[in-house]
Ligand binder design. Structure first.
Ligand code: CA
Length: 355
């Protein structure tokens, strides 16, 4: 990405000791920055993050779902990352592959004792044989969101992280845009228990593809604070990091109740650039009249943390909103979050254009 490279050169240029030289270089830097800024994905304007692609319309994490979201004008595309048996990062929301593919029919004898099929037990060559599909209940076979793309229809394949990055960078070239990436390292602690270091592998790939600094169009997310700390301190990753917040505790022991307090947020802010809370951590209530806004966004903003909540779904609304747009009013007009994950990103793009 030529834009980001120029930006880094510009920053390097403002640090010499010679003041006269520095003055000229600052002028040059300003010129470079002016030229580069329109390409940068991050602005103060709220960002639209396509949750697993345009997953409300096409099977999650497939390239067609990413292409559709790209065409809808999103700012970032999300990647959930697990490892294959041969240590290739692949895009999967779950550690198991049995709720989004035909693995149970194709490899019936490869399930674990709990009856589930784990991506890490299959080589990439095997995973590539699977027909990926719209998400369903692996026990009953019933499609999770009935109004979405029909389960089992057409043909979709699993995507590796590298295939996805090449795809997005290719589109960025042909479309003359800079759409960013939003990779989530899934279950780092679990991967470690399986003898794998998923973060090290992912950071190496992100570095190779030019996603290395806070000026690059990337946010790396995890539910595990200890892993984000390790990514920053041990692996030395300098790109932006987002701490995802759940309801109880992370598998590494991350105490989400603590990280929602001002003290916890202050500790997080030493490592990460923002938080990814659930919608109900910000707004609660059974009706519009009883809608309550928590202090979380205010407290996070006081520490200059970005807030990107998950997940806007047109077919799964919170009880206080009668439409997706009504919910977006709360989050973008009342609370003023910095972006949001969306299954139907076209609706969010359209809403923000009208703001
Ligand atoms: Ca995710």
């Amino acid at each position: 990405m030529p834009g980001e490279r120029t930006l880094k050169i510009a920053f390097l240029a403002v640090t010499p000791e010679n003041t006269r030289g520095m003055h000229m270089k600052i002028q040059l830097s300003v010129l470079l920055l002016t030229a580069v800024l329109p390409l940068a994905a991050q602005t103060s304007k709220p960002i639209v993050i396509a949750h697993r692609g345009a997953s409300g319309y096409l099977p999650e994490h497939t390239l067609p779902a990413k292409a559709l979201a790209y065409g809808m004008g999103v700012d970032y595309l999300e990647q959930d990352i697990s490892l294959s048996k041969d240590n290739i990062p692949v895009l999967l929301h779950d550690l198991q592959v049995d709720a989004v593919s035909d693995v149970a029919e194709r490899f019936p004898d490869r399930k674990r004792e709990n009856g589930r099929y784990y991506a890490i037990d299959f080589t990439l060559a095997e995973l590539k044989q699977l027909a990926m599909s719209e998400r369903f209940n692996y026990r009953t076979g019933q499609q999770t969101h009935p109004a979405r793309f029909p389960k089992g229809q057409s043909r979709f394949s699993i995507v590796t992280l590298e295939e996805e990055l090449q795809f997005i960078q290719g589109l960025n070239k042909s479309m003359q845009r800079t759409v960013g990436i939003y990779p989530e390292i899934k279950a780092a602690t679990w991967h470690r228990q399986q003898g794998r270091d998923v973060s090290r592998i992912v950071v190496e790939i992100l570095t190779r593809y030019g996603y290395t600094t806070k000026a690059d169009p990337v946010f790396v997310q995890s539910f595990e604070f200890s892993e984000l700390k390790r990514i920053r301190e041990e692996l030395g990753y300098q790109g932006r990091l987002i701490l995802l917040l759940g309801d109880k505790k992370g598998s590494d022991g991350t105490d989400y109740a603590y990280f929602k307090t001002p003290a916890g947020l202050a500790e997080a802010a030493k490592i990460v650039d923002g938080i990814g809370p659930s919608l109900h951590h910000i707004a609660t209530g059974q009706t519009k009249a009883t809608l309550t806004i928590t202090d979380l966004v205010r407290d996070a903003h006081a520490l200059h943390l970005k807030v990107h909540p998950y997940t806007a779904r047109a077919d799964d609304l919170p009880p206080y909103a009668s439409s997706l747009e009504e919910m977006l009013e709360v989050f973008f007009r009342q609370v003023k979050v910095d972006g949001m994950f969306a299954d139907h990103p076209d609706r969010l793009v359209k809403f923000l254009q009208g703001q």
